[in-house]
Design a protein around this ligand. Structure first.
Ligand SMILES: [Zn+2]
Length: 246
């Protein structure tokens, strides 16, 4: 198609034209970065299997490097993987359409086991103090059908969820950042947690959770809030399952 016919086609089909503009403004990883992402993703999964799902939630970045160096079941992080980690942790996330605050400024943030409590049968931790108190109150007010689906997440865990999203979006960082906070910006690293309805599996992480009795009861309570409302200022999708600790 020559350029003139192509442009007139665009003019006749504004929907296609607007989709084209939207897609082209999204930011993607380069091909080399995408290869590094694939390897990093696999290495983080091997680390999680090696140290266990619960430990993976709170492991520090330096400890992850140590495990990689010392255990061949994981293997050392490569130069390319480390420079990708640096980019994903340090870059200004506003360019990806994510407007949330920085919640953690150190890639090597440490979470002490003294400051958290492991919640039985969940594989997750909560910070002592208000988050733990809120969760215990929620269980009392809503009942045993309410379960903890994600608690404390240190940088390595958030990084692995973020990498997985970028991978599943074909290297599209902008789209991934709508679905999950970049690693320096998660409130799971300092306070918040996710809840769901017992037996609901992956549906607990969809907008369907807003139709449950558990969610409706939660909305009546004044000691918690919802961090990611519809059309929130963070640029994050609607997440009814994500409890804001206030
Ligand atoms: Zn969450």
């Amino acid at each position: 198609m020559n350029r003139r016919i192509f442009l007139s086609t665009l003019a006749l089909t504004p929907l296609i034209a607007s989709n084209f503009v939207k897609e082209s403004s999204d930011i993607y990883l380069s091909y080399q970065e995408y290869i590094a992402l694939e390897n990093l993703n696999k290495r983080l999964k091997r680390l999680s299997r090696f140290i266990g799902y619960a430990n993976f939630n709170i492991v520090s970045f330096n400890d992850a490097l140590f495990y990689g160096r010392n255990y061949s079941a994981i293997g050392s992080f490569t130069k390319e993987e480390l420079s990708l980690v640096d980019k994903l942790f340090s870059e200004n996330s506003k360019q990806y359409g994510f407007y949330g605050a920085t919640t953690c400024s150190s890639l090597n943030n440490k979470i002490s086991k003294k400051d958290v409590v492991k919640i039985p049968y969940t594989g997750h931790y909560l910070f002592k103090g208000k988050p733990l108190e809120d969760y215990e109150k929620l269980k009392k007010d809503i009942g045993d059908t309410l379960v903890l689906t994600s608690g404390v997440r240190n940088i390595v865990k958030q990084l692995s969820l973020y990498c997985n999203k970028i991978y599943n979006n074909g290297g599209n960082i902008t789209q991934a950042s709508v679905e999950i906070a970049p690693p320096a910006h998660s409130y799971h690293t300092i306070s918040d947690f996710d809840v769901g309805r017992r037996g609901w599996g992956y549906k607990n992480f969809t907008a369907d959770f807003a139709s449950t009795q558990e969610f409706k009861k939660m909305r009546q309570l004044d000691y918690i809030s919802m961090r990611y409302n519809k059309n929130n200022s963070y640029g994050v999708r609607f997440e009814p399952w994500h409890v804001e600790v206030i």
